[in-house]
Design a protein around this ligand. Structure first.
Ligand SMILES: Cc1cc2nc3c(=O)[nH]c(=O)nc-3n(C[C@H](O)[C@H](O)[C@H](O)COP(=O)(O)OP(=O)(O)OC[C@H]3O[C@@H](n4cnc5c(N)ncnc54)[C@H](O)[C@@H]3O)c2cc1C
Length: 515
């Protein structure tokens, strides 16, 4: 092992305290660091971030004349009680209308709003009435799927199988003509794919039915950050000393339950040694691990030494972590109507009641649910497409030219306009290929339950050994009711900071919401 390192600097205040490392500079890690820094016992604090930037899956880039959100897009449930909404409001990062009481009171049930226009693969647009009726039916099935959390025996293992079973029964009673019936099913197929984007999964057949309703939807009409989501993490960063975060410092192994020493602190022993990929090691009292579940899944056998207790390693293996990506297309001129916000794309040859075996390269683009229209100006016309699952991971392996060509063909076909000008350029996220993320966000997979989230979140060691709270776990995947969100991630970082503060100072008043 290489040199041990714990240099001084601004981040360190005089006096001996508990030495804490936070692994990961996403919103969970930054939130934990900010909370700990406010407490005098934690003057020796560092954040190690594998990449060259903070924010993790909150990633806003300037491009195509505006802001492109490569990661988190909306505040889900922007209302008082949602800490991301409250911080964003405090820092004046939101639009006036999104702060209004009316917006905050809006109950969407967590469902995506109706598209402005729906194009079908035969080149026709689908009537708004049919789309609204089908969406309402689909959303009622999803609402029913959430009810099994109340204890009624779940009739199927997965949300997908439950919805398809219900659909099959309903479709048996439909009396429409064959083509109308096909269109209804094609719409349902699209709505299932939307749900795959929401859950960050390849198929709703992978999402466990019984615990599905544990995910909690907060009131409020989802809103975006006009200047970029990253404004939020930048604000947290600005409150921390500059040298507190060490960038390009990927952690390789966390050695725990040990007795580590360093030359600079004679006589002192530390139970944890954090070893980085470059060989540098940090002896510490506590480490808060906030790396994504996708990274943990890939490195579960080597990231901890001694290895994790079986229950926790199993929870990591069983919980779901899939891919949802964005594809931004920039156009010379808009082909959509003024005021259009959301374009849905439906494939009439797809049905949730039929499995079609095909090669990914031939059909990957059919998983794309459609496009959101980004705020435009006279010269800026940008669409943002969403695509989840294995098709999304396959898309990551293609070149920009291949993606642009396929989506130009899709748009020409569904608009029925063979001369529709190709987009000027394309830009996309590639969350599955990102080595320190390996996907987009977590879900409760078939074979796991909300209890696995709690198991993942439980600090180590679990047996009340003398050196308590050696490894703490935060990050979106550790929040039982708000997993997959920025507010779940932030709350999990605060939760673990508060846990450490309570260990040092049992009388401490915990600030902020405890959702
Ligand atoms: C495409 C997409 C769309 C999304 N849309 C929304 C949305 O609309 N609304 C919403 O609320 N949420 C959304 N999310 C989810 C949200 O972005 C995440 O839940 C949240 O940002 C996760 O924060 P985190 O701190 O838990 O993890 P991260 O932000 O992933 O932070 C973890 C950090 O750990 C670092 N790391 C990993 N391995 C190591 C290592 N070995 N050593 C050191 N550092 C390491 C990573 O580089 C990363 O910076 C979306 C995510 C994606 C990908």
């Amino acid at each position: 092992m290489g040199a041990m390192e714990w240099s001084g600097g601004q981040a360190e205040r005089p006096g001996r305290g508990r030495r804490v490392l936070v692994v990961g500079g996403g919103i969970a890690g930054l939130g934990a660091a900010q909370r700990l820094r406010a407490h005098r016992a934690f003057s020796q604090l560092r954040v190690l971030e594998a990449t060259a930037r903070a924010g993790g899956r909150i990633r806003s880039e300037r491009g195509f004349g505006g802001v492109l959100e490569l990661g988190a897009h909306w505040i889900h449930g922007p209302s008082r009680g949602n800490p991301v909404f409250e911080l964003a409001a405090e820092h004046r990062l939101l639009r006036e209308k999104d702060l209004s009481e009316e917006n905050q009171r809006m109950e969407t049930g967590g469902h995506v709003g109706l598209p402005s226009v729906t194009y079908a693969s035969s080149g026709v647009s689908v009537s708004r009435e049919l789309v609204a009726e089908t969406a309402s039916l689909f959303h009622s099935l999803i609402d029913q799927a959430r009810e099994f959390v109340r204890g009624a025996a779940a009739p199927a293992p997965s949300v997908g199988e439950y919805v398809r079973g219900a659909l099959r029964a309903l479709a048996a009673g439909w009396t429409d003509r064959e083509d109308a019936r096909r269109l209804r099913l094609a719409l349902m197929h699209n709505f299932l794919n939307v749900e795959c984007c929401v859950s960050g999964t390849h198929s709703m057949d992978l999402v466990a039915l019984a615990p599905f309703g544990e995910y909690t939807v907060l009131p409020g009409l989802d809103c975006t950050f006009p200047g970029g989501y990253q404004g939020l993490t930048n604000h947290i960063m600005a409150s921390l000393p500059e040298d507190m975060i060490i960038f390009n410092k990927p952690v390789k192994t966390i050695h725990w339950n040990g007795s580590f020493q360093e030359a600079a602190s004679p006589g002192e022993t530390f139970p944890v040694l954090v070893e980085c990929e470059d060989g540098v090691c940090f002896p510490v009292h506590h480490v808060i691990v906030t790396v994504p579940l996708g990274f943990l899944k890939e490195h579960v056998d080597t990231f901890f030494e001694p290895p994790l207790p079986t229950e926790k390693a199993d929870a990591i293996r069983k919980l779901g972590f899939g891919t949802n990506n964005k594809i931004f297309l920039e156009f010379e001129e808009p082909f959509w109507e003024p005021g259009c916000q959301h374009i849905q794309v439906v494939w009439e040859d797809m049905s949730p009641l039929e499995d079609v075996a095909s090669q990914l390269q031939d059909v990957w683009f059919k998983k794309l649910i459609g496009f959101w229209v980004l705020p435009s100006s006279e010269s800026v016309h940008v669409l943002c497409g969403f695509i989840a699952g294995l098709e999304s991971e396959f898309m990551e392996t293609l070149t920009d030219e291949e993606v642009l060509l396929s989506l130009t063909q899709v748009l020409r076909r569904v608009t029925g306009n063979a001369r529709l000008p190709a987009p000027r350029s394309v830009l996309r996220s590639r969350w599955h290929s990102a080595p320190y993320t390996r996907g987009s966000y977590s879900y409760v997979a078939v074979g796991s339950t909300g209890e696995d989230i709690d198991r993942l979140a439980r600090p180590l060691p679990e047996d009340g050994a003398e050196a308590q709270l050696q490894i703490l776990f935060a990050g979106e995947a550790t929040h039982r009711t708000f997993y997959s969100t920025t507010h779940g991630a932030l709350l999990s970082g605060w939760r673990e900071a508060d846990r450490l503060i309570a260990l040092q100072d049992p009388q401490a008043q915990q600030p902020g919401p405890q959702l």
